[in-house]
Design a protein around this ligand. Structure first.
Ligand SMILES: *Cc1c(COP(=O)(O)O)cnc(C)c1O
Length: 388
């Protein structure tokens, strides 16, 4: 789907200052070489197996299927990976790439801390120096994740400039990269950013659909009627879709929160060095978003999703907080799987669309992560009485 220089249709590309472009060109060249190198692929696969714990199962959710009364639901279990979510797939891949480029220092930005923790984890395992930039406000709200990263040996730098939020942390991290790219690698956490990052992240997350396709063919002897995933920045969704994009009978469906409905309400614009659909305020600035799932709090989305939507290949729908809370409880009760609040968006969407499928039709939901990180917050939300 990728066309010239990292464009997906009219989306994507790289709109950055010259000195940053030099760093990106170097990463692109290394990535193009690595993906053709069997030894690189072998090492990546071996780490996925021995450290991440892949392949993870495609679990038939019998009781959930009965409860929703629609399709035959299968769950792709990214929640069972080491660190409890899909982010680690991309992190270990990019660290291998960094190593190949001779970098010994990894930098990353993090908002809620999930990408920071995954990065710090893999840096510990690879013996890499690790610096995580995090908005000052976010370090205060996510103190436990800051401690986790420090425990894993990373240095967490609170960013005070601007509003002390994720965007400011990205700016500082990019400044660091421009200064230090001879020995430092910027590890980006979702399928966003200027080329070549969206393609790199897709490549490493595609293991999700590579496995699920093989598994569903073994179990059902056919392709799924649909693959459903939540789309924040879009990395677990693009990885869940990747190996089905050419199979036009398979519906590709993305879920997003009503409060950060980038695909449903966004307009094309340039954000953080690439072109994509962006939620905007009246003045055309990126709109502030708020989601109950910290991992979905971003006004843009990976450029390939914008193109998949524009071209009609994929569909995107919103779900409300109330629907997400209900799905969170239903999956816990019916299957003994407490999902991340992010992943509960995908479950909620399948409940909403259940009528569109018959009981023989298999549908795969990607459970992008486990919900341990969310239980205290969910308890607070339920105690508030707003979700009865
Ligand atoms: C970060 C995160 C997401 C959202 O990120 P994507 O890039 O859209 O996948 C979704 N689920 C979980 C569990 C996450 O940690």
């Amino acid at each position: 789907m990728e066309t010239a220089k990292g464009f997906f249709g009219t989306f994507g590309g790289s709109f950055v200052p010259e000195n940053l472009q030099a760093a990106l060109d170097k990463i692109e060249a290394a990535f193009d070489e690595a993906r053709e190198d069997d030894a690189f692929k072998k090492e990546y696969q071996s780490i996925l197996k021995e450290y991440v714990g892949r392949e993870n199962p495609l679990t038939y959710a019998e009781r959930l299927s009965e409860r929703f009364g629609g399709p035959k639901i299968y769950l792709k279990r990214e929640d069972l990976n080491h660190t409890g979510a899909h982010k680690i797939n991309n992190v270990v891949g990019q660290i291998l790439l960094a190593k190949r480029m001779g970098a010994h220092r990894i930098i990353a930005e993090t908002g809620a801390g999930q990408h920071g923790v995954a990065t710090a984890t893999a840096c510990a395992m690879f013996g890499m120096d690790c610096t995580i930039y995090m908005g000052k406000l976010d370090t205060e709200r996510q103190a436990l994740n800051v401690f986790r990263m420090e425990l894993l040996g990373a240095e967490v730098v609170p960013v005070e400039q601007g509003q002390g939020r994720l965007k400011d942390a990205v700016d500082v991290a990019l400044g660091d990269l421009i200064e230090n790219y001879d020995h430092t690698f910027y590890l980006l956490g979702s399928a966003v950013g200027p080329h070549p990052y969206p393609s790199i992240v897709k490549y490493f997350q595609s293991v999700i659909s590579e496995e699920s396709k093989k598994q569903i063919l073994e179990k059902e002897g056919r392709l799924p009627a649909a693959v459903v995933a939540v789309a924040g920045g879009g990395s677990n969704a693009i990885g869940s879709f990747a190996h089905y994009i050419e199979d036009t009978d398979v519906r590709l469906i993305g879920a997003e929160p009503e409060e950060a409905a980038t695909m449903s309400k966004g307009k094309a614009a340039n954000l953080h060095g690439f072109r994509t659909l962006v939620l905007q305020d009246e003045n055309g600035n990126p709109a502030p978003t708020y989601s109950i799932a910290a991992g979905l709090d971003y006004p843009g989305i990976g450029p390939e999703h914008s193109h998949l939507k524009d071209s009609g290949r994929a569909e995107y729908y919103t779900v409300s907080k109330k629907e997400v809370m209900s799905a969170f409880k239903t999956l816990s009760e019916t299957e003994g799987i407490i999902p991340a609040l992010e992943s509960a968006h995908a479950v909620a969407l399948v409940k909403k669309l259940a009528d569109e499928f018959s009981p023989e039709e298999p549908v795969i939901i990607t459970i992008s992560g486990r919900g341990d990180k969310d239980v205290a917050y969910v308890r607070e939300l339920l105690d508030s009485g707003d979700f009865d």
